[in-house]
Write a protein that binds this ligand. Structure first.
Ligand code: HAM
Length: 431
């Protein structure tokens, strides 16, 4: 747009729809959340996998040919190769973990944790974004029900570590290759018998994948779903035993759960154990703060050897919304312990900051040669426990003034060589 002066105004860009800038202190809070998760996961024997943010499109097509995550929500693109490669931003990480397992063939069980952004072209709303963060774990190479219990238990302990009290665990078993066909047939027959009562969308889903109709959140479908046959009545002996063992394991941890016989998940790879963590502090549309289950066929689908697997992914964005609603795990500004005030030109501040930071302290300073008063105001606002002040007088004497910023705290002059010990002394007193 041309303005009177003839200067062309630049367009004001905004973050793309469904994405957000995460500013401090919220960004620091997320990092803290990931650190809590990393600590728990690593103490449970999981190692970090960092896999690419984009993969060959084929990796994600294995998530379900008729699944909306694959058919509608992938961010896909071609690279500049000759011939071009068809790639996609990852919508989740389980497929990447299985691809990495098939590629590297690590020793089993392979216990992996991860964190990072995922991408789904969904209709954005509160708690639903096109770029969102997950943390998660996957255990590959064992179908021991205790592995299921370890994974689910880790999820529960994580929510607890954040101080969340209103998270419920829902579990179900989706059966295995021997139990599934009979159930799928019974479910399809039932849904067809009540086809006219279903929403238009669910009628289409029914023809492609009857199980996915159970995942519909549409009001109109609920009465039909409520009376649908349940997997529990069709489980093979082995699947039923596995589910009993998982429940017994959760009982032994005193983990509260609800068996939710019609719980199916949004992705198609699940077998046997499936579960979801639901935050009651959030609106029902977006209250799933995490979910997971077994995917005993996925590695094989990705060209690897037949390998059982179980894991979960937790939605960081929704967890933080739920923490807000519960009033826990608050955002805290990054702590600065020391603020350096320099009215002697700024060079001394640079040297002092460097020295204090090298001693491991959190240190900030002002710029632009501001007045003493303005700098002290910044020092106050920084929340620093100690101010280190250097003006022309101190500079001439090779000294600094160290001030305890607590109400009524004193100050004293020390040789600038002794600044680290003087500051640490005050910090130790405060602690
Ligand atoms: P998912 O249920 O698709 O499972 O996603 C897990 C969690 O990610 C959800 O419970 C939710 O908290 C969060 N989430 C999903 N989509 C969005 C979105 N658009 N905006 C904000 N948060 C979102 C998986 O991704 C599987 N990979 C989980 C798994 C791991 N299964 C086995 N291993």
């Amino acid at each position: 747009m041309a303005v009177a002066s003839g200067v062309v105004a630049q367009p004001l860009f905004r973050a793309p729809v469904g994405t957000r800038d995460l500013l401090p202190p919220e960004s620091a809070r997320r990092r803290r959340l990931v650190a809590v998760f990393a600590d728990l996961a690593e103490r449970t024997g999981f190692g970090l996998l960092e896999s690419p943010i984009f993969e060959d499109l084929g990796v994600f097509q294995r998530l379900g040919a008729d699944n909306e995550v694959v058919t509608k929500e992938l961010f896909e693109f071609f690279d500049k190769g000759d011939p071009p490669r068809h790639l996609a931003l990852r919508p989740e990480l389980t497929a990447s973990v299985c691809r990495a397992f098939a590629e590297h063939r690590p020793t089993q069980p392979w216990k992996i944790w991860y964190s990072g952004p995922q991408f789904r072209y969904e209709r954005p709303q509160a708690g639903r974004y096109r770029q969102f963060d997950q943390v998660g774990v996957e255990t590959l190479g064992t179908d021991d029900p205790h592995a299921d219990v370890e994974v689910i238990g880790l999820g529960l302990r994580f929510y607890e570590a954040l101080g969340m009290k209103q998270v419920r665990l829902l579990i179900n078993s989706l059966g295995d290759a021997t139990s599934r066909p009979a159930y799928d047939a019974a479910l399809a027959a039932y849904l067809r018998s009540r086809r006219d009562e279903l929403s238009e969308q669910s009628q289409i889903t029914l023809e492609r994948n009857p199980l996915r109709v159970l995942d519909s959140k549409r009001e109109q479908d609920q009465p039909v779903i409520a009376e649908a046959p349940v997997m529990a009545d069709f489980l093979s002996g082995e699947s039923a035993e596995h589910f009993v063992a998982v429940r017994a394991g959760l009982d032994s941890l005193d983990a509260a759960y609800e068996v939710s016989p019609r719980l199916v998940r949004g992705l198609d790879y699940y077998t046997r154990t499936t579960f979801e963590f639901v935050a009651d502090a959030l609106d029902t549309a977006q209250n799933a703060v995490g979910g997971g289950g077994r995917y005993d066929g996925l590695v094989e689908d990705l060209g690897g050897p037949a390998t059982p697997g179980i894991g979960f992914a937790l939605g960081v964005d929704r967890i933080l919304l739920a923490c807000d609603a519960e009033g826990t795990f608050a955002a805290a500004p990054a702590p600065v312990e020391v603020f350096v005030v320099d009215t002697a030109g700024g060079q001394s501040a640079a040297v002092l900051c460097d020295r204090l930071r090298q001693a491991g302290l959190g240190v900030d300073r002002a710029f632009d040669g501001r007045s003493m008063k303005a700098q002290m105001k910044r020092a106050d606002r920084s929340g620093a426990a100690v101010a280190v002040i250097i003006g022309p007088d101190e500079q001439a004497e090779g000294a600094v003034t160290v001030r305890d910023m607590r109400p009524g705290g004193g100050q004293r002059q020390v040789a600038s060589d002794d600044v680290v010990s003087a500051v640490t002394e005050i910090l130790a007193e405060e602690a």
